[in-house]
Design a protein around this ligand. Structure first.
Ligand code: CUA
Length: 196
């Protein structure tokens, strides 16, 4: 140990620093800056979560709906004659689909652009995925569960509806056709059908 008196003073100072009360702890200016940055970032993240949850209504999937995949043909919603596009009494459009090796049934659907469409999809056999390229329509279709997606197709046109989960030898060929028509021709088509 050194006998240098200055050195002794320094040790005494260090010891005092260590034993000082929390309020008196010395924090380096740079360290202080980074503490603020870290807490600031946490604040930004929490604010982002609150904003998307409260203002934008972005939530994790909240409800889980189960169904017996082997008995879809006997269910109220997914029996063969119930599938396809339906306009509900409140004017909203609902599409009911069964995903089965190798296609989405019905194989062709026609829906209006620019308004929310609710898809309800169930698998009759194995895991499938449903995806319409260039849109945000996409979800997994897990056997035993009903997948619900509500989305809006902004532009009229013809779109493929593809399976994007490997489901067997025919996976590559598992697709159906979605025809999105303008709102006007959708309404015209509907009144025509009512007139028939
Ligand atoms: Cu169904 Cu891949």
């Amino acid at each position: 140990m050194s006998n240098d008196p200055n050195q002794k003073h320094k040790l005494a100072d260090d010891a005092r620093d260590l034993m000082s009360l929390p309020g008196q702890i010395h924090v380096d200016a740079l360290e202080k800056k980074w503490i603020f940055v870290a807490f600031g970032l946490i604040g930004v993240f929490v604010a982002a979560i609150l904003y998307t949850a409260l203002a934008k209504h972005v939530h994790p999937p909240g409800e889980m709906e189960t169904i017996d995949s082997a008995r879809l043909h006997l269910s109220d919603e997914f029996a063969e004659d119930k599938l396809g596009v339906a306009t509900l009494p409140d004017g909203s459009v609902k599409v009911t689909l069964v995903a089965a090796r190798y296609g989405f049934y019905p194989r062709e659907i026609r829906i209006p652009a620019g308004q929310p469409i609710t898809f309800r999809v169930a698998s009759a056999d194995v895991l499938h995925g449903i995806h319409v390229p260039m849109t945000n329509m996409g979800t997994m279709v897990v056997p035993g569960y009903v997948s619900t997606v509500t989305t809006t197709f902004p532009k009229p046109g013809e779109y493929p509806m593809l399976c994007n989960e490997y489901c067997g030898m025919g996976h590559d060929h598992m697709w159906s056709k979605v025809t999105v028509v303008s709102r006007e021709s959708w309404q015209a088509g509907n009144t025509q059908m009512q007139g028939r």
